[in-house]
Design a protein around this ligand. Structure first.
Ligand code: GLY
Length: 361
């Protein structure tokens, strides 16, 4: 039995995000998907080694063939040049339009496999099985799939919604602390956007309360997904309100590319970017006292609040942002917690001063 279910609606229908304790339930879920010729699990070898025994015992004797394709993990391998081999393997396996891809892993596996699913034979179905906190609360939900090219991250992609998101909660028990920080940063972003109880939960808890078996973790994950689903339902293709989900991301992407994706995980870069966005938000009414509150919360959850790169270098890297329109930099800012505004024009001068201000926190 699953703990909980959230429905994600989009232009062409809806799909469930179901939170399970483990892999008991996967067989039943796969049986619900009609007209399948074969399943192909795309995963990293190490992830597959960790979960294979559970998946194999759950799916033993299953009537539909199940194959595996391995990809290399890490953002640098989520590259368009690595897709050719996977397409060829799919053809060798006899994958057709009724085949269904299962993305088993974190954000990189989900983005990559999702884009393979979006493009193989002009699009086949896929399922997300996120195994990291970040992929549970963010990347597995909402259908954004993409790969990197030499000149930019996620520059080639699609909106391709999964058939199902299956969360095996026990997978989180193997996560290193840095992966927790990564997911918590995106959850904090959702709580700043949503305000209310989600924000209170972040303020009133400590890192030590957030345990795999805890009720509060399940609640925070589900609230985060529910919030994201509500935004996606209003604006699947990011023409408007979905842009709020990019809070903190302009600075985050700049810092990640400036530090060549080596110094920070995505979530850590988002945490730093959130602070920049909140300082900038002061011009539309966000109080500097609240920025301090957020920095204290970040410290509680082991998140960085600052990067020591030269502000002018960070700004240079912001110029590559794909959300940039013309020469203006558009930011998501907050009037207050729970009151986001997207596409606010911000000048380089304002960013420079915010980045300098950030050093004081
Ligand atoms: N991660 C932001 C979005 O899915 O829109």
């Amino acid at each position: 039995m699953f703990f909980s279910e959230i429905k994600v609606s989009y232009s062409n229908g809806e799909y469930p995000v179901r939170m399970y304790k483990d892999f008991h339930g996967l067989r039943l879920e796969l049986e619900k998907i009609s007209n399948v010729s074969r399943f192909i699990i795309i995963s990293e070898r190490s992830i597959s080694q960790t979960y294979n025994k559970y998946i194999e015992s759950e799916l033993k004797g299953y009537s539909v063939p199940i194959d595996q394709i391995f990809i290399k993990g890490g953002e640098k391998n989520k590259h368009i040049s690595r897709m050719k081999r996977v397409f060829n393997e799919l053809i060798d396996l006899g994958a057709d339009r009724k085949s269904v891809i299962i993305a088993l892993g974190g954000g990189v596996v989900g983005d990559y496999s999702g884009f393979i699913a979006a493009t193989y034979q002009r699009g086949i179905r896929f399922i997300q099985i996120p195994t990291t906190l970040l992929s549970c609360v963010d990347s597995s939900v909402g259908g954004k799939v993409a790969v990197n090219v030499d000149k930019g991250k996620n520059m080639v992609g699609a909106f391709h919604q999964p058939e199902l998101v299956y969360i095996p909660m026990f997978a989180l028990s193997t996560l290193p602390e840095r992966e927790w920080s990564c997911g918590l940063a995106e959850m904090l972003k959702h709580s700043l956007l949503a305000g209310g109880e989600m924000w209170q939960d972040f303020k009133s808890h400590e890192r030590k309360d957030i345990k795999v078996d805890s009720e509060i973790l399940r609640k925070m994950i589900l609230d985060s997904i529910r919030f994201k689903a509500s935004v996606v339902a209003q604006d699947e293709k990011e023409g408007g309100i979905r842009q709020i989900l990019n809070l903190g991301h302009t600075t985050a992407h700049a810092i990640e590319s400036l530090t060549r994706y080596k110094k920070y995980s995505h979530g850590e870069a988002v945490a730093i970017g959130l602070i920049t966005a909140l300082i900038l938000s002061n011009k539309i009414g966000f109080s500097i006292d609240k920025v301090e509150t957020v920095t204290r919360i970040m410290e509680k959850y082991n998140l960085p609040i600052n990067d020591n790169s030269k502000p002018s270098d960070i700004i240079k890297h912001m110029q590559h942002d794909k959300k940039k329109v013309g020469n203006d930099l558009k930011f998501v800012l907050l009037e207050d917690v729970g009151k986001p505004k997207f596409a606010v024009t911000v000048s380089s001068k304002e960013i420079l001063s915010a980045l300098k201000e950030q050093r004081k926190f």
